[in-house]
Structure formats: structure tokens, C-alpha cells
Design a protein around this ligand. Structure first.
Ligand SMILES: [Zn+2]
Length: 175
């Protein structure tokens, strides 16, 4: 009884000739074949009819890529347009201090800070905190903070689809 059962359900893959218990009907190069699941990958499942001509995969990938870029932009500007410390704050402080004819120690005492703090700021080892920035700007008459460039705001607005209403999107399309 078991033998009969087995012989009925034991099949041979028409492509690779392997004995299998389960065969899939697939179209391979226009021929309908009963093959094993391995070989079925080379064809199109007959049940589903037509083979996959234009796979939608590239489109999806493009969209994912674009979404990723938008998220990256959002991360970069997540400070929300606040003023940021300029990159060359160290040189600015150093130059302004020497223009004023002060030593690091003199500047430090005016700022009510340790000389090592001034030294580290001037070498770029530490970034001055909000309070120290204000004191440095006042004492040296320099600007250590800057607003992000204006085009950043435009980008972060247009990339923030999450906060746009449907009406906004329609408006954007019309442009
Ligand atoms: Zn096979």
C-alpha cells in the first residue's frame, strides 16, 4: 500500500531528471514542463500565465533610494535651522585674540575660564559650548555662529513630504 502511494506521488523532473515528490508546472522557453522546485526557478509558473516581462523591481529600488536620500537630508538638517558653530572657529578665536594683543591666559581670565580651555578651543580640540561662544563673541568681537545656507531650508522643506498636505502636493505638481 505504501509502495503504491509512493509510486503515484514520486515524479521525475523533466528538466534535470531528479526524483522528486513534488513537481511544478512551469513554462520554460515556451514549453510547459513538470520540474522540481529547483528547476522551476528557470521558468515561469504556468498557473500565473504570462512570464514576468517588465519587472517592477527597478522602479521600487529607485523609490527606496530616493526615500533614503530624503531621510539623510532630514538627518543632516535635523538641527532645525538653528545657528551652528562655524568650522574655523579655532582659527577665528586665535586670530582675534592675537589681533587684540592678548595672551591665551589674558583672554581666559577675561572669559573667566581656564587657559587650557582657550588653548583647546584655539587648537580645535574642543568645541566651545553655547555659553563660551557667547563670551568669546562678545570679548573678541567675532561671530562664531552662522545660520545654515538658505538653500538648505528650501531642500528640507521640499523633502519633508511627511508634513505636507495633499493640497501642497497638488500645488507642487502644478508647478
Ligand atoms: Zn529539476
Amino acid at each position: 500500500m505504501l509502495t503504491l502511494f509512493r509510486s503515484v506521488f514520486f515524479m521525475v523532473c523533466e528538466l534535470c531528471g531528479k526524483d522528486v515528490t513534488f513537481c511544478k508546472k512551469v513554462m520554460i522557453e515556451g514549453v510547459l514542463l513538470e520540474v522540481c522546485t529547483e528547476c522551476a526557478k528557470f521558468g515561469t509558473e504556468a498557473d500565473k500565465g504570462r512570464p514576468n516581462l517588465a519587472s517592477p523591481q527597478p522602479v521600487i529600488e529607485q523609490r527606496l533610494e530616493r526615500r533614503e536620500k530624503r531621510q539623510k537630508q532630514r538627518d543632516v538638517y535635523s538641527d532645525g535651522g538653528q545657528e551652528v558653530l562655524v568650522d574655523d572657529y579655532a582659527a577665528l578665536v586665535r586670530n582675534a585674540r592675537s589681533r587684540a594683543g592678548m595672551t591665551q591666559k589674558e583672554l581666559a581670565s577675561k572669559l573667566n575660564e581656564k587657559q587650557t580651555i582657550v588653548s583647546k578651543v584655539e587648537s580645535g580640540t574642543i568645541r566651545p559650548d553655547e555659553k563660551l561662544v557667547r563670551k568669546l563673541q562678545k570679548e573678541l568681537g567675532i561671530v562664531l555662529k552662522e545660520s545654515p545656507p538658505p538653500e538648505v531650508d528650501v531642500k528640507s522643506t521640499s523633502s519633508g513630504f511627511g508634513s505636507l498636505t495633499l493640497a501642497d502636493l497638488v500645488k507642487m505638481k502644478e508647478k
